[in-house]
Design a protein around this ligand. Structure first.
Ligand SMILES: Nc1ncnc2c1ncn2[C@@H]1O[C@H](COP(=O)(O)OP(=O)(O)O)[C@@H](O)[C@H]1O
Ligand SMILES: [Mg+2]
Length: 260
C-alpha cells in the first residue's frame, strides 16, 4: 500500500543549557494512506518531537521524513494538528476559530464556502448550534471537538493529534473516541495519535507504535485487527485484553521496569 508517512532512521539531539540531549535514536515509522497510527511511550521520550518532524516544523539531525513521496524540508500546510490544549482564540466565535486555517493557508473557497465547510465539520462532531459561541462558553470536551474541526477544515493529508483527549474525564474521552470514528468515515485522513492511554490507542488506531525511553527508537509495533468502526464493548473482549497486556508490558520495558 502507498506509504503516506515515512520516517526513516531519524536521529535527533537537542542542544540544551545542560549539554546535548539525545531524543530520537533510530526512529522508523511508516503509515499507509488512510492509516491511523498511535504512538505511545514514556513521558519525555520524544513523541511531540516526532509530531514536529512530521509537520516539518523542525529538521532531524539524521534520517529522513517523507510525506506522500516527498521529502519534508519545511513546514507543511497539508498537515492538521490538534493538541491537549485546544488553544482556541477567545475573541473569535467557534465558527471563526474553525475557519482560521483557511484564512492562513491559500484556498479556492470563498468566504461562504469556508463557513459552510466549518459548519459541516461542526455538525459532524455534534456542535451544531454552537457556531456563534465563544470558546469559554463551551465545555472542555466541546472545545476539543472544535479544535478537531479546525485541524480538519483544510482537508489535510495528515492529521496529527498530540494527546488531544489527555485532559478530559474518562466518559468525555470515550465520547470523543466514538466521534473520531464517525469523523474518519466521513472525512478520511491519515492519522498519527500521540497518547498515554493504551485503550485509546487500540480503540482508534490500526497500528500502535511503542517508543523506547529517551533517546527513543521504535521498540515495538502492534497491528490492531478489525480496523473499522469499533464499539466500546470491543475493548472488553479477550482479544483487546491481550493487546492491552502486550502493550502494558512493552511500556514497562520502555520505562526500564521490565526485561525485554
Ligand atoms: N526545543 C527543545 N529544546 C531542548 N529540549 C527539548 C526541546 N523540546 C523538547 N525537549 C526535551 O526533549 C525531550 C523530549 O521532548 P518531547 O518530544 O516533548 O517528549 P514527549 O512528547 O514524549 O513527552 C524532553 O526531555 C524535553 O524536555
Ligand atoms: Mg509530548
Amino acid at each position: 500500500m502507498n506509504k503516506l508517512i515515512e520516517i526513516k532512521n531519524v536521529r535527533h539531539t537537542y542542544q540544551t543549557q545542560n549539554g546535548p540531549l539525545p531524543v530520537l535514536d533510530g526512529l522508523n515509522v511508516s503509515v499507509p494512506e488512510g492509516g491511523f497510527a498511535a504512538v505511545v511511550g514514556p513521558s519525555g521520550c520524544g513523541k511531540s518531537t516526532l509530531t514536529r518532524l512530521i509537520a516539518g516544523l523542525m529538521k532531524p539531525d539524521e534520517g529522513e521524513v517523507w510525506l506522500h513521496g516527498e521529502r519534508v524540508k519545511g513546514p507543511r500546510s497539508t498537515v492538521g494538528m490538534a493538541f491537549q490544549n485546544p488553544v482556541l482564540l477567545e475573541w473569535r466565535t467557534i465558527l471563526q476559530n474553525v475557519v482560521l486555517p483557511l484564512e492562513i493557508v491559500p484556498t479556492k473557497l470563498n468566504r461562504k464556502q469556508q463557513e459552510d465547510r466549518a459548519r459541516y465539520l461542526l455538525s459532524l462532531v455534534g456542535l451544531d448550534g454552537f457556531e456563534d459561541k465563544r470558546p469559554s462558553e463551551l465545555s472542555g470536551g466541546m472545545r476539543q471537538r472544535a479544535s478537531l474541526c479546525r485541524a480538519l477544515v483544510h482537508s489535510p493529508d495528515v492529521l496529527i493529534l498530540d494527546e488531544p483527549f489527555g485532559a478530559l474525564d474518562a466518559f468525555t474521552r470515550e465520547d470523543l473516541w466514538q466521534t473520531m470514528h464517525q469523523v474518519k468515515e466521513k472525512e478520511p485522513f491519515t492519522g498519527v495519535l500521540i497518547t498515554h492511554d493504551l485503550r485509546e490507542s487500540i480503540f482508534l488506531a490500526d497500528q500502535v507504535i511503542v517508543l523506547s525511553g529517551r533517546p527513543a527508537r521504535t521498540q515495538f509495533l502492534l497491528d490492531v485487527p478489525n480496523t473499522g468502526r469499533r464499539t466500546l464493548d470491543d475493548l472488553y473482549t479477550v482479544q483487546a485484553t491481550e493487546m492491552l497486556h502486550t502493550l502494558r508490558h512493552q511500556i514497562e520495558i520502555a520505562q526500564g521496569r521490565a526485561a525485554a
